[in-house]
Design a protein around this ligand. Structure first.
Ligand code: C2O
Ligand code: CU
Length: 473
């Protein structure tokens, strides 16, 4: 009846922490002491809300707080006292009114990454400044838009503070339920939302940026799933839907199972795919989301293993086991095959008239040769017309990877290096390896106003890899 988790302390050392080289020996011992191995993967709480029809009211606080990380107390920044923050769970016709209290001693703000909502005023406004101690209101109207069904996330977006605040823990999931979600066609299954996030600890808690981290992006030696090192997911169903969010500043996650299993990607950046993609490995650049279906075999536990990504900061990293998955005990039936195809609820790029084609060239720390620091008065690089459809050719001429992210207007991934992307999925973040180029189709359908696009290695965004666009009627 008891299940033992066969990990020796030594394998934990070899797997992850030893690669860090950052922790002094006593800190390392402490990080490993009181090991969390074998503790259940936490189910993140949902933010408490008051619902009145489609109007939903909630309060969200930002504050510093001591959180138990790998058995030691670490001062982090938290939403609603949690790390990661609570799940904001909505329906696609909802309007969320949020009372947002900044109890930090520095300014911040709030970004709802991936939602197609207004970027103006009290909406998803990246130029907003919420001073230390201030309480303000946010209002996010999802507008019954099918593109807002899915998995998104929230994090701070204030230039000058966002890289440190994200690294210190400010991130949480947004889940929007809607009729276009795939849940109904999966049969009996268990859904788990998992925030992937790394941390780097020193003697005094979180160890923030050194000079090189502003170039490479800050990464940490601890690989956390919902705030925990190497937890256990004891499944209740044979079919798991893992809803993964990469909330790391700069860490790329590359996940496989041991033993190897078919993995089915059913949604990217929260948006359901027309057909599931079968694979044995998934990669998540910073800010990307993947909904993954994994079917378990009775009596066959799995490891989820994170492998190093060939990126210049990752060469010292080794593969490490990050999650133990135990199949359900009782005999539950074999899951049915996944549906081969479904209609996506939004219309695709086919037949849309192209209003403009624009190059977007990423180099360190510029977009199209310009640095931008997101000040409210800065000039817009692009001024698309509301309702128009544009092709952007995004290219990376640099020697390191850069994940491209556009706010407010999700886009179709059309091609990568000249080859069509199967199914032209709807995205909000796509990674570009050195030398790569992608064509994306951006539909400026709704939500006029000023917003930004940028590299989602947040250090790069802070150093200028960001640009403003203004969409007007
Ligand atoms: Cu997730 Cu502009 O950010
Ligand atoms: Cu970058």
């Amino acid at each position: 009846m008891t299940r033992t988790i066969p990990i020796s302390r030594r394998s934990a050392l070899a797997g992850g922490l030893a690669a860090a080289g950052a922790l002094a020996a006593p800190a390392l011992t402490r990080a490993l002491g009181g090991s969390e191995e074998g503790r259940p993967l936490p189910v993140l709480p949902e933010l408490a809300m008051e619902r009145d029809g489609d109007l939903v009211r909630a309060a969200l606080d930002v504050a510093s707080r001591e959180i138990d990380i790998a058995g030691r107390p670490v001062e982090l920044m938290t939403y609603a006292g949690g790390f990661p923050g609570p799940v904001i769970r909505l329906r696609r016709a909802d309007t969320l009114e949020l009372t947002f209290a900044n109890r930090l001693d520095e300014p911040t703000n709030l970004h709802t990454h991936g939602l197609a909502v207004s970027p103006e005023g009290e909406g998803d406004n990246p130029f907003r400044y919420v001073g230390a101690g201030e309480t303000v209101h946010y209002r996010f109207a999802l507008g019954d838009d099918p593109r807002n069904t899915g998995l998104f996330w929230y994090h701070p977006h204030l230039q000058g503070n966002q890289a440190e605040q994200l690294f210190r823990g400010l991130a949480g999931p947004i889940v929007v339920d809607g009729p276009e979600d795939i849940a109904d066609s999966l049969g009996p299954h268990e859904e788990r939302v998992i925030v992937l996030k790394d941390l780097r600890l020193g003697e005094d808690g979180v160890r923030l940026h050194g000079a090189a981290d502003w170039i490479n992006g800050l990464e940490g030696e601890l690989a956390l799933l919902n705030g925990m090192v190497r937890p256990v997911l004891e499944a209740r169903e044979r079919r798991l839907r893992l809803r993964l969010i990469n909330a790391s500043n700069a860490r790329y996650w590359r996940l496989t199972t041991e033993p190897a299993r078919d993995l089915h990607i059913v949604a990217l950046d929260g948006h359901v795919l027309a057909a599931p993609w079968r694979t044995s490995e998934v990669s998540l650049a910073p800010a990307e989301r993947i909904d993954l279906v994994v079917d378990l075999e009775p009596g066959e536990p799995l490891w989820l293993v994170d492998r190093p990504v060939p990126r210049r900061t990752s060469f010292g990293r080794r593969a490490q086991k990050v999650l133990r998955i135990l199949p359900p005990r009782g005999g539950t039936a074999r899951p049915d095959p996944l549906p081969a195809r479904r209609d996506t609820p939004w219309s695709g790029p086919a037949g849309r008239e192209i209003a403009e084609e624009r190059p977007v060239v990423f180099s360190l720390f510029y977009i199209n040769g310009q640095g931008c620091y997101g000040r409210p008065g800065d000039a817009a690089m692009f001024t698309p017309r509301l309702g128009s459809y544009e092709i952007w050719e995004v290219s990376n001429v640099d020697s390191m990877d850069h994940p491209f992210h556009l706010h407010t207007w999700p886009f179709f991934a059309l091609s990568r290096n000249g080859r069509p992307v199967p199914g032209t999925p709807l995205r909000d973040t796509v990674n570009l390896a050195p030398g790569e180029r992608m064509r994306i189709g951006v539909a400026f359908d709704g939500n006029p106003g000023r917003s930004v696009f940028h590299c989602h290695i947040v250090e790069h965004a802070e150093k200028g890899m960001m640009a403003i666009l203004e969409v007007t009627a």
